[in-house]
Every structure is written in structure tokens, then in C-alpha cells.
Design a protein around this ligand. Structure first.
Ligand SMILES: C[S@@+](CC[C@H](N)C(=O)[O-])C[C@H]1O[C@@H](n2cnc3c(N)ncnc32)[C@H](O)[C@@H]1O
Length: 271
């Protein structure tokens, strides 16, 4: 691979959404639900609440205000190190935690069974860990489970509503259309001479996500036919006749064929 191509690939890689747990950004309604719970159940009062974990952050050199409480979602890859660092310094915290690997002797594990859908789309089984519950080594929190689940569900519904639905002209082929056709079991392809890939096919200030293929008239007709077929196949469960029904139809056809009427009468006869 040439150096130029390698640099370009590395540049593009930076913009790809990351799905590791370290890159799981918390939807604000979920964070608010956790903060509300903490205010009700932990001794926070009017102490400042801080969030030292962000891109390029350095929690060990963060400027912690006096008497503050850390409530944040940290990078899970260094979770133990973070807990120990706060415990050693007596800095109170409530942290989002990996559900299956954060039970520890010196903190309280709060098991809640919450699969949180983070901003990068990753679904992560999340628990919480705190050093603000004294000598309790582990606890459940049904109300935290309820409120985080509700906030997560509401947030997902909102995000789905926010997705723009676009309808493209017939001569524009989109990746989703090909996916739908495949799902429907429809064979379809377009030769290179019949299609041209473009970044933006239509007038739109917000732009389009991903490239489109502009189609010639012949290819457009082929696409429309395949789309129709796919829609039919996906529309409903296709029922098949019973053997008895097939036999009845065969008898009807046979009787009709043997009928004494001339063929043009048979064709239009209801009998
Ligand atoms: C799981 S994300 C959560 C971000 C944010 N706190 C939230 O709740 O949406 C963890 C963040 O911590 C950052 N991070 C990684 N190492 C860190 C460190 N040593 N100190 C502070 N932040 C760090 C990561 O870059 C990432 O942005």
C-alpha cells in the first residue's frame, strides 16, 4: 500500500464511529435519571457534581472542586484503576460500570440490569459502582433500574422519531433499496455502464447519508420492477392452497374445458 493511501485510510478511520465501551457517550436523559437517583439516595446535598471523563481528558489531573462528587461514565478499559484512584484520595463517586466485571471489595456494586443504548448505538449491560454507601459491598436498586430503563426507552423512541425519512426519485438507487431487495429474495444488479455513483443526488440543504447511484432510464425501469416484486414478497405471508383446494380447481378447469359452449362463450361465462 502506498504511503499516501495509508495516510488517507488512517484519516478516514478517525471519522468512523467507534463502538468500544470507552467511546460510549451517555444520552443526556439517561445521565439525568442517574443523577436524580443519586440526589435521592446518596448524600450529595448541594455539593458540586463533576464529570471528569471526556475526549482528551485526564482524570488524574482534573481540577476537582472542594467537596465535589464525581458522577460520570468513565472509560471501562481502566475502570479498576479509576475506582482505586478515587478510593485512595477519598473522592466520592458514582460511576457507570461494566455490569459483569466491576464487583470489588473496596466499593459498593449496584446491580441494576440496565442495557443502555449509548450515543454510538452500542448496547451495553451497565451497572453502577460507588464509594458513597459506606460498608455495603453490593446492593440492588429497583428504582434506579426503572428510571434508567424508562429514560433509555424514551431516548430511543425520540431518536427514531428524529430520523429524517427521505423519498428519492425513481432514478436514484440507494443502499437501503438493495438491502430490502436482498431481504425479499429478489435478484437484482446494475451494470457499471448503466449507473453513476454520486455523493449528492438531490437538492437538499441537509445533504444525504452515503452515496447514491444515478440510473439510466433502462436501469430505472429494472429497479422499479424489482422494487415492486420485493414489496409484494415482503408485504404479507403468502399462503399456499391445500391439496383439496388444488384438486377442486383442477376439477373446475377440467369441467370448463369439456363444456359444450364455444371457447369465446366459455371465456366470458361465469359458469
Ligand atoms: C465512556 S466515555 C463517556 C464520556 C462521558 N463521560 C459520557 O458520560 O458521555 C469515556 C470518555 O473518557 C475519556 N477518557 C479516556 N481516558 C481518560 C482519562 N484518563 N481521563 C479522562 N477521560 C478519559 C474517553 O476519551 C471518553 O471520551
Amino acid at each position: 500500500m502506498s504511503k499516501k493511501k495509508q495516510d488517507y485510510d488512517e484519516f478516514i478511520e478517525k471519522f468512523k464511529p467507534k463502538k468500544t465501551t470507552d467511546d460510549c457517550y451517555t444520552p443526556p436523559p439517561v445521565y439525568e435519571a442517574v443523577l436524580d437517583w443519586a440526589r435521592k439516595h446518596l448524600d450529595i446535598g448541594d455539593r458540586p457534581v463533576v464529570r471528569p471523563f471526556y475526549p482528551g481528558g485526564d482524570f488524574e489531573h482534573f481540577d476537582y472542586p472542594d467537596n465535589c462528587v464525581v458522577i460520570d461514565n468513565p472509560p471501562f478499559s481502566i475502570f479498576s484503576k479509576i475506582c482505586n484512584w478515587y478510593v485512595e484520595r477519598g473522592i466520592p463517586f458514582l460511576l457507570f460500570a461494566p455490569a459483569m466485571s466491576s464487583i470489588k471489595q473496596n466499593v459498593t456494586y449496584i446491580g441494576v440490569s440496565c442495557t443502555i443504548t449509548y450515543e454510538n448505538g452500542a448496547n451495553v449491560n451497565t451497572a453502577f459502582v460507588t464509594n458513597m454507601m459506606g460498608d455495603i459491598i453490593c446492593t440492588t436498586a429497583p428504582d434506579l433500574h426503572e428510571s434508567v430503563k424508562k429514560a433509555n426507552d424514551d431516548n430511543l423512541k425520540q431518536s427514531k422519531k428524529a430520523i429524517r425519512k427521505l423519498s428519492f426519485p425513481d432514478c436514484v438507487l440507494r443502499a437501503t433499496t438493495l438491502q430490502t431487495m436482498s431481504r425479499a429474495g429478489v435478484d437484482f444488479c446494475i451494470k457499471r455502464e448503466q449507473g453513476c455513483v454520486v455523493g449528492q443526488a438531490c437538492e437538499s440543504k441537509k445533504g444525504e447519508f452515503g452515496n447514491s447511484i444515478l440510473l439510466s432510464d433502462t436501469a430505472t425501469a429494472k429497479k422499479l420492477a424489482a422494487e415492486k416484486l420485493a414489496a409484494e414478497k415482503l408485504a404479507a405471508e403468502r399462503l399456499t392452497l391445500t391439496e383439496k383446494s388444488k384438486a377442486i380447481i383442477a376439477q373446475l378447469n377440467e369441467a370448463h374445458a369439456k363444456s359444450s359452449y364455444p371457447s369465446y362463450v366459455r371465456l366470458f361465462s361465469p359458469y
